[in-house]
Design a protein around this ligand. Structure first.
Ligand code: AMP
Ligand code: TRP
Length: 326
């Protein structure tokens, strides 16, 4: 069985966009692949984090992923910082990466141009990400489009190491997961629903209560035409509502369009609200049972144990090939 591996950033609160474009895709893949999912908490400190909040989010996100259908019997679930080998291998890979190629990373260029106190960690973070991937010989890495370049860097590093020291790492491939549904901001339907937007009126968070969800959808921006059909260019608001409905009911947009063709906007919004409320309340119900349970700890303990064993072997092989130690 081929192996997939993905990391889920513990920064920010998860949204309906993360559910439809991210989590649901991963849930589908778990049946076809041997699957590794981890929380890259060490990546989170490339920017300053509040320790209490960071720890809360790690657990919260694991609980939300489980509640949304990530099956612990089909996935190895673990926390990056509970496995010291990630940072160990990362050092070796830093010495396998050229300044030129690391400097080309678009995400670094964008993020560093907007900030004052840019850390060295923000610059080297794609190399830690390469380490996350190469430690486990992942075949495929499901990520959002913005991470494709980082997976390609991991490939280049792996190829270079293999050439120098002999076959050691599997060459991974990115699996881009936001090619299907792109969920837009309800107040500003020409931009993506993002957990980092400042105005939260257009964003549905997975833990929003029923009243808030309904209010946000009922006040979604639409247009003045009054007819329901899918046209992302001229009717981004209505198209977004149709996408949300279709994605959550696992039907095509065409089918949703057909179903709502005689509806007015108010009634469409009501139906979409009902669907979102149904899906999110179910997730929240499971989340509430999990968040303080020992089940999460058992899952993470097992993940720590399994991955430490695998990573130890890989790092020992690498150290041996390099000529470290006695
Ligand atoms: P996030 O939870 O924002 O880190 O996103 C996790 C993954 O979900 C990303 O890699 C994207 O593939 C996907 N995603 C996030 N927001 C959206 C959105 N608004 N529409 C579609 N996919 C999204
Ligand atoms: N950098 C990824 C993101 O921002 C998260 C991540 C860290 C990751 N390490 C990874 C994803 C390894 C896939 C594989 O979304």
């Amino acid at each position: 069985m081929k192996k997939i591996l993905t990391g889920l950033q513990p920064s920010g609160e998860l949204t309906l966009g993360s559910l439809i474009g991210g989590i649901s895709q991963t849930v589908k893949l778990q049946n076809e692949y041997e699957s590794y999912i981890f929380v890259p908490d060490m990546h989170a400190i490339t920017v300053r984090q509040d320790p209490k909040l960071l720890r809360e989010r790690i657990r919260k996100n694991v609980a939300l992923y489980l509640a949304a259908g990530i099956d612990p019997s089909k996935n190895i679930i673990y926390i990056q910082s509970e496995n010291l080998y990630h940072a160990n291998l990362s050092w070796v890979l830093e010495c396998t990466t050229y300044m030129g190629e690391a400097s080309r990373m678009t995400q670094f260029k964008e993020k560093s141009s907007k900030k004052d106190n840019v850390t060295v960690g923000l610059f080297t973070y794609p190399i830690l990400m390469a380490s996350d991937i190469l430690l486990y010989d992942a075949d495929y890495v499901p990520v959002g489009g913005d991470q494709k370049q980082h997976v390609e860097l991991a490939r280049d590093i792996a190829e270079r190491f293999n050439k120098t020291y002999g076959d050691t790492f599997k060459i991974p491939e990115p699996l881009i997961r936001d090619v299907g549904f792109r969920i837009m901001d309800l107040q500003n339907p020409s931009s993506k629903m993002s957990k980092s937007s400042e105005n939260t009126k257009g964003i549905i968070f997975l833990l929003d209560d029923e009243k808030t969800i309904r209010k946000k959808i009922m006040s979604a921006v639409t247009d003045s035409e009054g007819k329901v059909y899918y046209d992302t260019k001229n009717k981004p608001g209505i198209s977004n509502l149709l996408s949300i409905y279709a994605a959550l009911n696992d039907i095509s947009v065409e089918k949703a369009e057909e179903q709502f063709k005689d509806y007015n906007y108010g009634n469409l919004k009501k139906e979409v609200s009902d669907t979102v409320v149904r899906v999110l309340l179910d997730i929240q119900d499971k989340y509430n049972k999990l968040i303080n349970s020992s089940e999460i700890d058992e899952i993470l303990d097992r993940g720590r144990e399994v991955t430490n064993e695998i990573a130890k072997k890989k790092v020992e092989e690498v150290f041996d090939k390099i000529g470290f130690g006695r």
